[in-house]
Write a new protein. Structure first.
Length: 300
């Protein structure tokens, strides 16, 4: 109580975000019980009967569904592809900006790469559709007229279109944390490397990259948690009947069976969401354990 009375301002500052966390993150966890119920609106969540197979019937239905393998495959392809591409691109941009001597150019480049992050997902997908349209698009019409490639309607090109437009939108924002990590590199190490005759690439390889490895590992661990939880907004907005074979991921499928379906199946979609969360938790713990064993750069 003495500590609280002496530092009440700090507790007051965290009261609002803590309340938001409790209300919107922990409060809805009560609804997870839906995954184990045969939900009936008239009875409510708690009074609805338990599902068959000891409450795991909704999970069994999902695993046995013909869409399961396709959705899982598409989710993993998009997620892993995005992780493999976005992190190196952010690191490359951060290193490039870190060694740019012209301050005006550096600030301009950082602003240009940073701005797309603040464009809403729907507006951004609209821009993609305009650019890639096979009749009037600046890029899409050229690819369609000269090579017969319909970018927006090709299932095979969907993962690349999703990932590389995501890089365009998020590379500037993703580079910020690496720029901050590079700012903490001891300049004496660079001075010593220059005296020893190291080239710029050698300084990047032996000074900068080892310094940001802990940050890279932490970001990879965090990304592992969302491996199956790809944001459905952009995928859903880019989805059409021609690319559905590659664009139907777990989150869009869950959205459709719960909110778009003629007969919404809330327990089924809740079971899908819980499955994603449990897999994400397992991957975070496993990645953290491996990182600690290999490099000692994990969370704990």
């Amino acid at each position: 109580m003495k500590y609280f009375s002496a530092h009440w301002q700090l507790y007051f500052m965290i009261a609002l975000p803590l309340s938001v966390l409790l209300i919107f993150a922990y409060g809805p966890m009560y609804g997870v019980i839906l995954a184990f119920k045969n939900y009936k609106v008239s009875l409510g969540i708690w009074d609805s009967p338990w599902a068959d197979n000891y409450g795991f019937n909704n999970f069994i239905r999902f695993f046995n569904n013909y869409n399961f393998k396709e959705c899982l495959r598409n989710t993993l392809v998009v997620s892993i592809y995005s992780m493999v591409v976005s992190i190196p691109c952010s690191i490359f941009l951060a290193l490039s900006l870190n060694y740019t001597k012209n301050i005006l150019f550096k600030k301009t480049a950082q602003l240009i790469t940073y701005c797309p992050y603040f464009i809403s997902t729907i507006v951004f997908v609209g821009i993609i559709n305009i650019i890639m349209d096979n009749r009037t698009g600046v890029i899409g019409s050229v690819l369609y007229n000269h090579f017969g490639i319909n970018v927006l309607g090709s299932a095979g090109l969907f993962p690349s279109l999703y990932v590389w437009t995501g890089v365009w939108q998020g590379v500037g924002f993703g580079a910020i944390i690496y720029i901050a990590a590079l700012a903490g590199v001891d300049m004496e190490q660079h001075e010593a490397a220059i005296i020893d005759g190291a080239t710029l690439l050698q300084r990047i390889r032996f000074v900068d990259i080892p310094a940001i490895i802990p940050t890279v590992v932490i970001m990879m661990i965090l990304n592992m948690g969302s491996l199956l939880n790809v944001g459905y907004e952009k995928v859903l907005a880019m989805q059409n009947q021609n690319n559905l074979a590659a664009s139907e991921i777990i989150t869009t499928y869950s959205y459709k069976v719960s909110l778009v379906s003629t007969f919404p199946d809330y327990p089924y979609s809740t079971a899908i969401g819980l499955f994603q969360s449990l897999v994400g938790l397992f991957l975070i713990l496993a990645a953290n354990k491996i990182a600690n064993k290999v490099s000692g750069n994990g969370f704990m």
